[in-house]
Design a protein around this ligand. Sequence first.
Ligand code: HEM
Length: 156
Amino acid sequence: MKLRFLTFSLISALVALPMLRAQEDGPKKMGPKEPKTELGEQMEKMGGAYKKLGKQITDATKNEDSLKLVATIKTAATAALKFEPIKKKDLPAADQAKFVADYQAKLKEFIATVDKLDAALKANDNATAAKLVDEMKALSKEDHKAFEKQKEKKKA
Ligand code: HEM
């Protein structure tokens, strides 16, 4: 009797498990713009703050809020130093260490620009601040080209 119950429980569990898994996977796949990696998560945080910053960078009355956005970007960029781009896995083993070192060096360069932006805003120098925001954009474009895994092949 006990054995039958145990067998029944075991079979029920085996049937239910994949269903539960499917439920767990469901919302993740459906969710809007779910970051795929821990690094992606930090990037999304930078993205939100950067977008708002770009709209108000020339407005000196918003400098207090802009400084908060800059702090968010710096925190996320510093956290991003701990992670490695997913693209690393696509490279030959011999190239991987250099790739990660280059990524970290470029990210530090980016963080240095963020620090300059912080100083410009604290000095209420919005003209310089706006130039630095443009610089950050250029750096991120360059760095995504080098370190982000390309979603589709450029050449047909
Ligand atoms: C204004 C600055 C930046 C913004 C707004 C930004 C934003 C983003 C966004 C929205 C993504 C997609 C995230 C996802 O997968 O969901 C991304 C991915 C990525 N970004 Fe940035 N980014 C910036 C600067 C940088 C810099 C400076 C680097 C490197 C030095 C970098 C390296 C990467 C990499 C490697 C990925 C792919 C994620 C992965 O491999 O896991 N980004 N970024």
